[in-house]
Ligand binder design. Structure first.
Ligand SMILES: Cc1cc2nc3c(=O)[nH]c(=O)nc-3n(C[C@H](O)[C@H](O)[C@H](O)COP(=O)(O)OP(=O)(O)OC[C@H]3O[C@@H](n4cnc5c(N)ncnc54)[C@H](O)[C@@H]3O)c2cc1C
Length: 412
């Protein structure tokens, strides 16, 4: 690789935020020096495709987005299986688990989150209990699903749903436990939750609310059954754990970089420490659309963060102003979450409706408002009108009267 002169950029995390940042830096500055560091063994792969890989719909090859040759061509120095361990922000030096320290002019932290493990009696040291975040998790899940008859999944958010559907499609009988009264309880309401239960049950999944795994009872080092919080015994050859993420910023503990649940940034993805930026799932960014900081665990958001961070690391001044969207299949239907959709947020009000949809399915729609301003929405069922609603959120539509709010249900 030819020696470069120019600014030196270090990016920690080669997910879609970090890799997009590297790609944008290279495009805008042919002479700069770019280091991309990851603890994983792979170049960028598509996490959003992992559920379809688990189901057997996609091959591993289709999940990969970049290869090592691409990094060579782009003159991006990719360090795999290397952990960022410590940063000295005064000296602008990044320390790694192997290899020498890296000096930087600008640093991007895009380390996402690691899945919370199942911490209950009986779980420690027992095989066949899986999280679902990485390509390696998925390979192990596939191998185990092929040999299992029963599964228990635990959690009330997207990952637990993806695990449930993955096992279900592989012909494993799944019992889905969630502590809350319904799935996605920070976004939906009882009626939307019931609709999701109906869909899952129709596909043969047993859905149990208000219960979580209290104990794993193993036999020969693998799960035999789980005991739930109400004392119910559920047989389980394999356990899928979707209990949220802990964002990866512990390696910044010795720095003055401001953090809450994520790494705090302004709308330019800059932290409070000069030369240090954050992007993707990890960034708790200032969102001018709602006037406060928040994190957003979506693929498109991570891409946009990576691009904007690159522009600003290289001396630009571009804010990140976007309407994040999360779209996902939901068994044989779809869900889309757009903008800020938080049922438990006291600053927001909401209206929702369940209506007959296409092909005998039901359509659930919910709209969220901050004051009179439309800030978010959820669709389950037909996605018709989704793009128009995103545009209405982007342009800050005001709905002062109940009639104006009701009119949103007609947007198609
Ligand atoms: C199974 C699954 C399904 C999903 N489905 C959807 C979907 O349908 N739609 C959607 O919008 N989003 C979906 N998401 C979320 C989406 O994938 C994430 O929002 C996105 O990948 C975040 O990208 P990122 O670059 O911020 O972080 P990540 O992709 O998490 O990348 C961070 C990388 O940094 C590495 N790292 C962490 N700490 C260190 C360290 N100290 N040193 C070196 N490397 C480190 C990590 O191992 C990882 O490789 C899904 C996620 C999963 C897991």
């Amino acid at each position: 690789m030819a020696a470069e002169v120019g600014k030196k950029y270090v990016i920690i995390g080669n997910g879609v935020a970090g890799t997009t940042c590297a790609q944008t830096l290279r495009k805008n500055d042919p002479a700069c020096d770019i280091w991309l560091v990851t603890n994983e063994p792979y170049p960028l792969y598509n996490r959003v495709s992992l559920p379809r890989f688990l189901q057997g719909v996609l091959t591993e090859q289709k999940v990969m987005i970049r290869d090592f040759a691409w990094h060579e061509e782009q003159r991006i120095r990719l360090l795999t299986e290397t952990l960022a361990t410590r940063v000295d922000t005064a000296e602008r030096v990044m320390y790694l688990s192997k290899g020498g320290p890296l000096r930087y002019d600008a640093l991007l932290v895009a380390t996402g989150g690691w899945a919370n493990p199942l911490r209950v009696p009986g779980a420690e040291g027992v095989a066949h209990i899986y999280n679902f975040v990485t390509l390696d998790d998925t390979k192990e899940l596939i191998a185990r699903a092929l040999e299992s008859k029963t599964a228990v999944t635990s959690g009330g958010s997207f990952i637990a749903y993806e695990l449930t559907e993955g096992f279900n499609v592989r012909g494993v009988h799944v019992t889905w436990l969630m502590r809350g009264p319904y799935w996605l309880r920070t976004t939906l309401d009882a009626e939307g939750g019931r609709l999701v239960d109906e869909i899952a049950t129709r596909h043969g999944v047993e859905v149990i609310h208000g219960e979580e795994i209290r104990e794993v009872v193993p036999a020969n080092g693998v799960p035999s059954y789980v005991v739930t919080s109400t004392g119910r015994h559920v047989q389980s050859d394999v356990i899928g754990v979707g209990l949220g993420l802990t964002l990866n910023h512990a390696f910044l503990n010795d720095t003055p970089i401001a953090r809450e649940s994520g790494v705090l940034t302004d709308e330019y993805m800059a932290t409070n420490v000069p030369g240090v930026y954050a992007a993707g799932d990890l960034a708790e960014f200032f969102d001018p659309v709602i006037g406060r900081h928040h994190t957003m665990g979506t693929w498109d958001n991570a891409i946009a963060h990576g691009r904007v961070a690159a522009v600003n690391m290289a001396g630009g001044h571009e804010p990140y102003v976007d309407v994040p969207t999360y779209t996902s299949p939901l068994f044989d239907t779809n869900i889309a979450v757009m903008g800020i959709a938080e049922s438990n947020n006291p600053d927001l009000t909401a209206v929702w409706r369940l209506a007959p949809g296409d092909k005998g399915n039901k359509d659930y729609r919910k709209f969220f408002f901050k004051g009179n301003r439309l800030v978010g929405s959820v669709f389950i069922g037909s996605p018709k009108g989704r793009k128009k609603v995103v545009e209405l959120i982007r342009t800050g539509l005001k709905c002062a009267t109940p009639a104006e709010r009701e009119a949103l249900f007609e947007v198609r």
